[in-house]
Design a protein around this ligand. Structure first.
Ligand SMILES: NC(=O)c1ccc[n+]([C@@H]2O[C@H](COP(=O)([O-])OP(=O)(O)OC[C@H]3O[C@@H](n4cnc5c(N)ncnc54)[C@H](OP(=O)(O)O)[C@@H]3O)[C@@H](O)[C@H]2O)c1
Length: 207
């Protein structure tokens, strides 16, 4: 599959490595332009390329955004229309400034900003070093570390869940975008690496 990645930092570069290893093609982008990503591309190899944000979004059959939430307005809305977009971003007011979500969850807010996008909130709860190290494709799903997924689009959620399984983790469904607050900073499962079977129990215990 062709995967576009917006944000080439801790999370963006880590998922690029993992999805390349799983056999996908990756185009990655950042705020400063493709020329600034040549060292990373040399490390990632021939199935990786650096593009602009817009071209990475065009390239991807699936796109991930992993930029600080405060910069959400930089996401290329026209190019993301109709695309499956994984949002790994979290809202930290001390980093991102005060953003009025208008009563929406953070992922609903991003989806509202990107008309026609097929948004899946995922990868936001896992520390990038755990993401790099804790995947294990030899384990049965229940024994793998959970990566939480929320979406209003069942097909998009299934596609992203498969991409999670391919890198050795287990997708655990938290529900719709409005329910994705269950996987946001401050929740009981946030940044707590758990096997999938424990993660489901933890979710069941959450109001
Ligand atoms: N760190 C983690 O373990 C972790 C885990 C889960 C979720 N997250 C969330 O994932 C997001 C990224 O975190 P991170 O730790 O990967 O951040 P990071 O290492 O600081 O990397 C951020 C990346 O986003 C790019 N970026 C910043 N502003 C941009 C803009 N306006 N347009 C396009 N690209 C832009 C940066 O490009 P330049 O360098 O060119 O500016 C950089 O490549 C955050 O929302 C964070 O809360 C982080």
């Amino acid at each position: 599959m062709r995967i576009g990645i917006i944000g080439a930092g801790n999370i963006g570069a880590t998922v690029a490595r993992l999805w390349l290893k799983a056999g996908h093609e990756v185009a990655i982008s950042n705020s400063r332009g493709p020329d600034t990503l040549q060292t990373l591309i040399a490390e990632l190899g021939p199935k990786a390329q650096a593009l602009t944000l817009e071209n990475a979004a065009r390239f991807g059959e699936v796109v991930m955004e992993a930029i600080p939430f405060g910069h959400y307005a930089s996401l290329p809305a026209a190019e993301l229309k109709g695309k499956i977009l994984i949002s790994a971003a979290n809202y930290y007011p001390q980093r991102d400034g005060q953003i009025d979500l208008g009563g929406l969850s953070q992922s609903e807010f991003i989806a509202q900003h990107l008309p026609g996008v097929r948004l899946v909130k995922a990868f936001n709860t896992i520390y990038f070093k755990h993401l790099a190290q804790m995947g294990d494709t030899t384990l049965p799903l229940d024994e793998r570390i959970a990566i939480y997924v929320a979406s209003n689009d069942a097909e998009a959620k299934a596609t992203v869940s498969k991409l999670i399984e391919e890198i050795g983790f287990a997708p655990v469904d938290t529900g719709s975008l409005s329910e994705s607050t269950r996987q946001e900073p401050g929740s009981a499962i946030y940044n707590q690496p758990m096997k999938a079977k424990e993660a489901r129990k933890a979710l069941a215990g959450m109001v």
